[in-house]
Write a new protein. Sequence first.
Length: 257
Amino acid sequence: MSVSDYTETEGLPAADRAPYKPWSYDLASAKLYIPRLADGQDGWFAAALSSEKGKAPSRLAVFAEQPQHKRWEMVSVVDLDSHRLPNIALDREGYAMAVAANDHKHLAADLLRTAVLDNFATGGTNTGSKVFTPTAASKRQVKVHSDAATRFGDKGTSVFEEADNRFTDAYALKTEDSGALVLFSHTHTQTDAVAHSGLQINPGKEDRAWLHDVPRMSILHTFVCNDAATVPAKAEPSRLIGYTCARTDASGPPVPS
C-alpha cells in the first residue's frame, strides 16, 4: 500500500474501508536485470515481477541503492499493460547493459515524460501521438483526458497540467535490438472548476482525506506517476507499456457560506 492509498483509506469511515490485501511476488519467477556500473555510480537494478509462479510479469520495479541510509529501496513500480517485455541485452557474465536515459535525442526520458504529460493535457495532440505509437497504456492516458473533458458538461471544466516533479531520476536498459527499456516518473495536476458562481463541486468519499466533505469552487489534484516505455534503435515511435499513478494531494477554495 502506498502512502497515497493509506491516506485515502484513512479518510473513509471504517465501514467503507475495503480489507487490505498486500501484493506479493513469486521470488522464483522474478527476473532481475542488474547493470554493470562504473566505480562511484550508485547501484540500481530492475526487476520484472509476477504474483504467481509461471505467470508473465505484471509489474516492473526499480531498486536503487541509498548510500545515506545504507540500504536499498524500491524507487519505482509500474503496473504493466503489456506483459511481454523486450529482451534485455546481457553481457557474457549475465549483467544487463545500462544506457544513459537522456543521451540520445529520441531515447531521452525527458522527451518521453513530455509526451506522457501531453497525453493527459491535450489527449496527445502535440507530442504524445508523435512520440508514442498507440498502446493500451497510452490509450488509457488519452481516455483520462477525454473523459475529464466531458465530465461536468457545461457546468464545469477539468484541465491537466505539468507540475513540479521531484522524481527526475530515470533508468534505462539496452535491449537486444539495440533499443532501450526506459523507466521514469512524472507529476501532473488536474484542476476541476465550476463554470460560474452558484455551482459547487461536492467531494466524493474517496476525496474525504483531503477535502473533508466540504463543497468547493475548484479542486486542484496532484498525481505522481511511474511510467515504462520501450524505445526502438531507429528514430521511430516508442511504446508506452505501462504506467501507475497515485493522487498525493487535493485542495481548493470552499464555497462561500
